[in-house]
Design a protein around this ligand. Structure first.
Ligand SMILES: Cc1ncc(COP(=O)(O)O)c(C=O)c1O
Ligand SMILES: N[C@H](C=O)CCC(=O)O
Length: 433
């Protein structure tokens, strides 16, 4: 049985100093009714807690660590960079190099701006869309999470879903009023809205593969509809690829589904595990950003040389060996196929959804196409599955409204071990049916 004595004590102490003992709500494990292990180190596919428990990690820092934890090459680049100073607040060669690499993966990003978090990227992209179009309204989809800026904390998924607060107190009514929400994957609702008030809408922002209500792929025609209505009505299409960029495919969802957005937001993998994110897109639009244009956006630590070094090292490895994307996807397919077979073997209603190297096991026998579908899944089965896995060294996201991720360090032996533990968990659940 898992011993978490030191973590329990650490959590008690942390709660005296930080709300809920954490610096981001989902880490608190409240949604699974237990306390989190405190992590002391990570390497490859594994993380270790302060009680010396080892876990095969499918959270991977919520997505960034596609190369596994502490990739030797990324660490070596950082060790080389740190003695040169940790921040200058001035231009560096590294930033242009990173911009070129991002453009090589995603040609739609003709110009970019570096920021520190996905939240900043989406918030800034919206400002650009509003400034460029001269309109205030934006459209987002229920269950899509785009970070915690005011305009976007409306019917968001991820941590808000598990805490049962679709909207956060503190978001001014006037701000929220300009955010229109529609069900994900509902092209008819999008068309109806744009037929009605399309000419007043600045942008649609979407997770082109949703990851924050669990992994929910776009149905055929959905992204095409978004592209079509935005073009027709002079609104911008913003792909939030903070999670699915470099996961759905080497060029993100836009490459996989062959849709060119006007603006794209990246985070997670693009910083290789350091605080770095990006927004960018069409030159004509991005030229409106200060100082070349009037739309203001700035940041003391933006383009931080250490974060950029980490991102550059990560993207360089991915660029040098693009087979990594296929290897990671193949491992994810093997895991997902195994999970499906085991759920069927034990008659546990379950659906495994995957795009590239992100996946979610939903406890339902239907496919999950939107937030309502995700919310209808069996929470008790999720909790049983989660706890059995955690206590046997398999670390999944502690919430049914999240995606899990696979890295290049997850080899056959890890997948086999994961499936062996999953089998015990499915059997346990099946005994309760
Ligand atoms: C799709 C998506 N957009 C935006 C964000 C916000 O990024 P960050 O947590 O870096 O602010 C996240 C994750 O949190 C995300 O998954
Ligand atoms: N789903 C979120 C990001 O993708 C999880 C990270 C967080 O909220 O801390």
């Amino acid at each position: 049985m898992l011993q978490l004595g030191k973590s329990e004590k650490a959590f008690d102490e942390a709660k005296r100093y930080m709300p809920g003992g954490v610096n981001s709500p989902v880490r608190s494990y409240r949604s699974v009714g237990s306390n989190p292990p405190f992590i002391s180190s990570a390497s490859g596919s594994r993380i270790y807690d302060i009680d010396n428990n080892e876990y095969i990690d499918y959270v991977l820092s919520w997505g960034p660590m596609i190369l596994g934890h502490a990739s030797p090459e990324v660490i070596a680049s950082l060790q080389e960079a740190i003695p040169r100073g940790t921040s200058y607040g001035a231009p560096t060669l590294l930033e242009t190099e990173l911009a070129k690499k991002i453009q090589a993966f995603m040609p739609s990003m003709e110009m970019i701006r570096l920021v520190n978090s996905g939240t900043e990227a989406t918030m800034s992209a919206l400002r650009v869309a509003r400034g460029y179009t001269g309109r205030d309204r934006i459209v987002k989809f229920v269950g899509c999470y785009h970070g915690h800026s005011d305009s976007l904390l409306v019917k968001a998924g991820s941590g808000l879903a598990t805490f049962g607060v679709p909207d956060s107190p503190g978001v001014p009514q006037g701000v929220a009023e300009n955010t229109i929400t529609l069900p994900y994957n509902d092209s008819d609702a999008v068309r109806a809205l744009f037929d009605d008030i399309g000419d007043t809408i600045a942008a649609i922002i979407v997770e082109p593969v949703a990851g924050n209500m669990g992994c929910v792929p776009p149905v055929a025609g959905f992204l095409e509809t978004l592209r079509d209505v935005t073009k027709t009505h002079g609104a911008l299409l913003i792909f939030d690829e903070v999670m699915c960029g470099f996961r759905a495919s080497s060029g993100g969802a836009q490459k996989l589904y062959k849709i060119k957005p006007d603006l794209t937001c990246l985070g997670k993998i693009v910083g290789g595990g350091m605080p770095l994110a990006v927004f960018g897109g069409a030159r004509e639009v991005m030229s409106q950003v200060a100082p070349s244009g009037p739309i203001y956006q700035a940041g003391t630590l933006s383009g931080n040389p250490i974060a950029v070094t980490s991102g550059l090292a990560t993207l360089s490895i991915l660029q040098r060996d693009p087979t990594i994307f296929k290897q990671v996807e193949d491992a994810t397919i093997a895991l997902c196929d195994g999970l499906k077979q085991l759920a069927a073997k034990y008659n546990v209603p379950a659906t495994v959804q995957r795009v590239g190297s992100m996946f979610t096991l939903f406890f339902t026998d239907k496919s999950v196409m939107n937030f309502d579908d995700a919310a209808a899944c069996n929470e008790e089965h999720f909790k049983m599955f989660f706890h059995h896995n955690l206590s046997h060294g398999i670390y999944y996201a502690p919430s049914p409204y999240e995606s899990n991720f696979v890295s290049i360090c997850h080899k056959n032996s890890e997948i086999e071990r994961t499936l062996a533990v999953a089998e015990e968990a499915f059997k346990k659940i099946s005994d309760t049916l």
